[in-house]
Design a protein around this ligand. Sequence first.
Ligand SMILES: Cc1cc2nc3c(=O)[nH]c(=O)nc-3n(C[C@H](O)[C@H](O)[C@H](O)COP(=O)(O)OP(=O)(O)OC[C@H]3O[C@@H](n4cnc5c(N)ncnc54)[C@H](O)[C@@H]3O)c2cc1C
Length: 510
Amino acid sequence: MKFWLPEACSSALDIAWLFLTRVAGRETLAVFVSGLMVRMQSCDIYFSIKERGEWFAVDYDLVVLGGGPGGYKAALKAAQNGLKTALVEKAGLGGTCLNRGCVPTKLFLGATSVLAGLESQKKLKLATGQAVFDLQRLQARKDSIINASQNLMRVSLEKTGVQLFNGRGRLRGGKTVRVEDRELSFTNLILATGSESGALPGLKPDHEYILTSTDALCLTAVPRSMIVIGAGAVGLEIGQIFHRLGTRITMIEALDRVAPMEDREVSVELFRYLKRQGMDIRTGVRVKALSIDNALVRVCLEGREDLEAEKCLLALGRLPDTDSLNLEAEGVQTYGPGWIKADSFLGAADNIYAIGDVNGRSLYAHSAEHQGEYVLEHILGRDESPYDPGPVPSCIYGSLEVIRTGLGSQELTSAGETFSVSSASLAPNTIIQSHGLIQGFIKVFWVRDRVAGITGVGHGLSGLITLAQIATRERWTRKEAGRYIFAHPTLDESLREALLGPQIKNEPGS
Ligand SMILES: Cc1cc2nc3c(=O)[nH]c(=O)nc-3n(C[C@H](O)[C@H](O)[C@H](O)COP(=O)(O)OP(=O)(O)OC[C@H]3O[C@@H](n4cnc5c(N)ncnc54)[C@H](O)[C@@H]3O)c2cc1C
């Protein structure tokens, strides 16, 4: 608690103030002042009290900035472990993940999967007809799911004793954070302010024709055409949602393949499938400029003819949300476009930690949560070892899903490792056949006869990611993989086949 009172208290207000500070407890005082501030906004006296309100700050064992998956889980766990905790959130609880990321995209993909499923069965001549989709109702369902989740989160915070502050938090130095006109002092601070949609010079959203992923996930009418710039996870997922709804999709990727972070064979298989579905995909193509003409977006490409569409989605990656945090006040350093530098304990300065997207290490909701849980264990003195996430699981969702965990051929080749690859095609799998989507495979990378990484592309593969992660983390041998019974018929059987299949050696540089 930082508190200062002038020596000379002449006015009645100062005497009342003195009484409260000496006689009443600190919490009572804080409640009294904030109550007065709210009730007396129209009186002159308010300003006098407000000024004094700035002289004190309430002490917390932990202040968390950002109520996304990272910050929310960390705050909850802190309070459950007896720390006096404040959580500061400037927008909606749940952050990017709940409001404009993982949850809406998977909700839309799940809901529209009926359209993709019908198309697959039609191709097999097993079904006819049409499913008609209501995007406005889907938006309403999305909103109600988000509201219900936020209410649950709020209740959990209240029950656990986390104090929630709605507002933008900013560092003030001296281990204090400013939220609107409140001041919170902290022993420990977790920065979990996440990231926002990226843009490039000349490629900026206007939020009506040129959209961010957030805008696209709020559309209530299905556009006739959409140009998606960027074929990473976000572009692929949202592109597929609108493709299923009947939008003509053109996807532009500057690099030479879709899903450029993935294994090359995975990219090729995904590209072939999406092309066959009727998406126009252009790789190795750079966008020079965007303009709006006659209610159409014109996309000017380097060395190619311009393209036009009703909407353009910018799926250009993510940028940190650190500009307004005043990080210098506590000596917190950044790198690149403003990602927070975190050491091997996820520390950014003395008793200050950075978790989740904002430290730029691994831009997944599960990584944010995992990092938050680690930092809490570290603050509580229960984990003194450096942060080790092990093989991070990654999924891209859609009609074919991409999974990846551990090391792949690119990392192993750059490290000069000799490795082997075993694989299994998904085509013979009964579950895959039942869905009529027989494309895809699973690949296992082996180093010194132990699993070093697993990747794959195919229908429903995200359901295998945790088993793939366990096999990689535990560094299974072929014999260890063979110990387990895999239920029949499941997709898991294809992972078993890939694990037990013949291993083909890849020499460095091959
Ligand atoms: C379209 C899309 C789909 C995605 N799909 C997946 C997926 O399927 N799986 C997956 O794992 N990840 C997915 N992600 C990524 C995932 O959403 C993020 O990795 C995750 O939300 C990061 O969590 P976080 O807690 O670090 O930050 P965020 O979720 O970004 O939360 C940060 C919070 O901090 C708040 N904040 C910022 N500044 C301040 C401040 N000064 N004061 C107070 N509050 C502040 C913000 O309002 C926000 O609520 C997706 C992202 C997008 C955009």
